[in-house]
Design a protein around this ligand. Sequence first.
Ligand SMILES: C[S@@+](CC[C@H](N)C(=O)[O-])C[C@H]1O[C@@H](n2cnc3c(N)ncnc32)[C@H](O)[C@@H]1O
Length: 253
Amino acid sequence: MRTVLAIGIGAGDPDQVTVEAIRALNRTDVFFVLDKGPAAADLVALRRLICERYIDDPRYRVVEAPDPPRDLSGPSYAADVGDWHDRRVGVYETLLLNQLADGEVGSFLVWGDPALYDSTLRILDAVAARGEVAFRVEVVPGISSVQALAAAHRIALHGVGAPVHVTTGRRLAEEGWPDGVDDVVVMLDGRRAFTTVDPEGVTIYWGAYLGTPDQILLSGPLATMAAELEQVRAEARDRKGWMFDTYLLRRER
Ligand SMILES: C[S@@+](CC[C@H](N)C(=O)[O-])C[C@H]1O[C@@H](n2cnc3c(N)ncnc32)[C@H](O)[C@@H]1O
């Protein structure tokens, strides 16, 4: 039986790699790398650094595979993402069949935590459902960008006993502020969704490149911060060629 590990490696700071993750790294025979897009080089570099720092015996293999390009230009975002996932399922299946021997351990190093806006576990489920290759999955949790954001700003994410809503920039921009919550965490925001909400009484806690040497933190009333945020975000994005930001919008209770 093959074993596949989805190892959360934290959101950018190698010090956030857990002891459980280090044990998992040291069990691994093959690391699978499928990064894509402008951030890929930086993400691969961090993974390499984590492997070099934490793995005692460097006799592991690294197998890189091209991640199918993502085309989200069709009329249905869900259908486009579905197509893209299907193609990725094929790539993962081929990797597990051809690059991982029976009895070996293959790992995917997942940015942040595998449970939050990451498709690795869904894709592995789909590969298993096809029935072409048998494997067991284990998940190692990691520090997500949401936790890194809260720690960096020294805040709790919600009021006492109150809920917090985690969503994407796309949904916030398209659907507006969700009902029944005062605290909204926004991820995957390619469209500066914080500019689309009514800023009255809202405080933003914003973090980019959290945990990395490029980390930027800004916070304050959204009404007065939005313009500065847009500028800081655009400049950072131009400078690095990519942007990872996460933020909490808090409405006055
Ligand atoms: C594909 S999701 C991966 C989320 C990841 N699984 C996690 O637990 O944080 C990518 C999004 O996570 C957020 N993100 C990941 N790393 C980040 C970081 N170091 N700083 C700020 N946001 C980050 C951003 O919202 C980015 O668009």
